[in-house]
Every structure is written in structure tokens, then in C-alpha cells.
Design a protein around this ligand. Sequence first.
Ligand SMILES: C[S@@+](CC[C@H](N)C(=O)[O-])C[C@H]1O[C@@H](n2cnc3c(N)ncnc32)[C@H](O)[C@@H]1O
Length: 317
Amino acid sequence: MSNHPHPGHGQVAAPLAHTHRPSAHVHTSEDVLVDWETLGPFLERGAELHTPLYEQAAAWLRELLTAAGGTGPDAVRRVLDVGSGPGVVACLLARAFPDAEIVAVDAAEGLLERARARADRLGLADRVRTHLAEVPDGLDALGGADLIWSSKALHHVGDQRAAVAALAGHLRPGGLLAVAEGGLAPRFLPRDIGIGRPGLQARLDAVGEEWFAQMRAELPDAAADVEDWPAFLADAGLRAPRTRSFLLDLPAPLSDDARQFISANLTRSSEAFADRLEADDLMNLARLTDPEDPAGVTRRPDVFLLAAQTVHTARAQ
Ligand SMILES: C[S@@+](CC[C@H](N)C(=O)[O-])C[C@H]1O[C@@H](n2cnc3c(N)ncnc32)[C@H](O)[C@@H]1O
């Protein structure tokens, strides 16, 4: 879940600040800084909750690889998960492509440690390995792949078009590049939650958009491009573009795990958007994240998780 925060980018709606360049810690403005390693537990829990969505996406990728002209999923021997974070999706891909080596690629070593521990726990350590690298400049040693997946990571790279082209350069003939970017802002709460002004999540989305724009503008090599992912794939020389969106629909009553995730998400929103939100909304966010408050998300009965993630794909010649 992106778990970086951002509505409309298929992320969870809270700005999970972090350094887009974890290794470099390049940043100019504290309020859009994201520390990826600190976010490890949050990223892992979020991605785990989104497992049904990622499984649907992986099944679709298998279909695409089977379609005319493709190599077929059984011919997939090497998969890269670029910007893998804690490796939840990398491990799902290992299950979806049982004959493949999966390489989780990320610029944050602490997250790759999580990915290795996870693969170990799941009995996948022989096929899931990790590679510390930064997009777009650190990819040379990556080698080729039949499938490259990148989920909610490329929007942390200044020149997204160049990043797509750099990844496409690692596809083997007939290989598939799948970029999970965009979708809908997730929803956790009814429009009217009985405290404060109705429409809190819509207001969080609006300030999240501002935060996201500032985050992107401050990235090194930030390019002011129209965010047209199919066009980026075509410019990279790939063919047969396809786009689909996948739904995560966890209705109320939610598990404790999902409630904890939503509470963490709203906590991050209140921290990252503190200067952008009205005082009454901040006060109500404090109530929503208070584990003792019956109106809080860990106790109220009506909290749910509804999310949509878009995936864009295209294939090498
Ligand atoms: C929002 S998380 C997404 C994690 C995972 N792909 C998922 O969908 O759950 C973004 C990830 O991209 C990584 N990242 C951000 N900028 C990067 C860069 N320039 N090169 C490599 N990884 C990067 C972060 O370390 C983080 O693990």
C-alpha cells in the first residue's frame, strides 16, 4: 500500500514521508521527506493487506504472458521487483511464477533485509534474492528479466519516463514490464463519521495532492511530464500496451490488523499534513487514531478498506 501516501496514486492516503533517494538522503524540505526504512513495518502490513489485489494482478500478468506472441508464464525464469520495499509482492510473484528467480530491488537496505527475512519465513529463500540499487542510475548490474514489476516506486523518481526506459532496457525478448502506478485514493470511512465536518477523507485527498506535487517537484531531475504511463512504455520501445485496475474490498467489520494499518495511515496524515489541514480536522484525526476513543478507527464498527490500483504493462519486441 503505498504505502506512501497519496491519493490518486494508488497509495494509502497519508504522506508517508520518506527520502525518495534513501541512500542519498537528498532533500530540501522536511515535510516531504520520507524515511523508507522507518516505514518498513507499515509498508509490510499494508502490502500484506493488499495481497488479494496483488494476486489478481499477478494472475493477469500470467494471462498476458500466455497470450499470443508471449513466452508463457512457465518460460518466466527471472523476475525483477523494482522498488520492492519489504518484499511482500516479490514473494507473491515467486508463488505466481514457480520456476523463476525473483530479485527484489530497492535503494533501502533495511527494506531488503525485511524482504530476505520474509522469503526465509515463507520457504522461498532459494528463489527470492535482493539487490541494492537506485533507479534510474544504479541498474547496470541488474541483468535481464522476463518480467519486471514495479509498484508505487517510480513516482519517487524525478524523471519517470527515463526510469521506465531504463527498466525496459533490462527486458529479455518478449518480456513484460508492469508498472503499478495510479488508481483511486483509498477509502476507510463513511462520508459522515459523526464527528466533525463530513468529507474528511476528501479533504485529506486534496492536501495529499499538494503534498505529492511538492514531493515530486523537489526530486532530483524532476521532469514536468504528463503522467501518461502507456506513453512512457511506448516511448521505451515496448509494444502491446495494456492497462487494468484491481480492487481491494475489505468491508466492515475489519480485522485488527487492517484497523492498525488505517490508524497508522491516519497518524501519518495528521503528521505530514499538519500545516495544511484545518484545526478541527486535526482534532478529529487525533480522535480517530486514539485507541481508547470509541469513535477511533480501532474501535468504531464502520471502518472499511476500499482501494483500487492501476497496472500498466507492455512487452519487449
Ligand atoms: C511506496 S514503497 C512501495 C513498496 C512496494 N513496491 C509495494 O508496492 O508495496 C516505495 C519503495 O520504492 C523504493 N524507492 C524509492 N525511490 C527509489 C529509487 N530511486 N530507487 C530504488 N528504490 C526506490 C523505496 O525504498 C520503497 O521501498
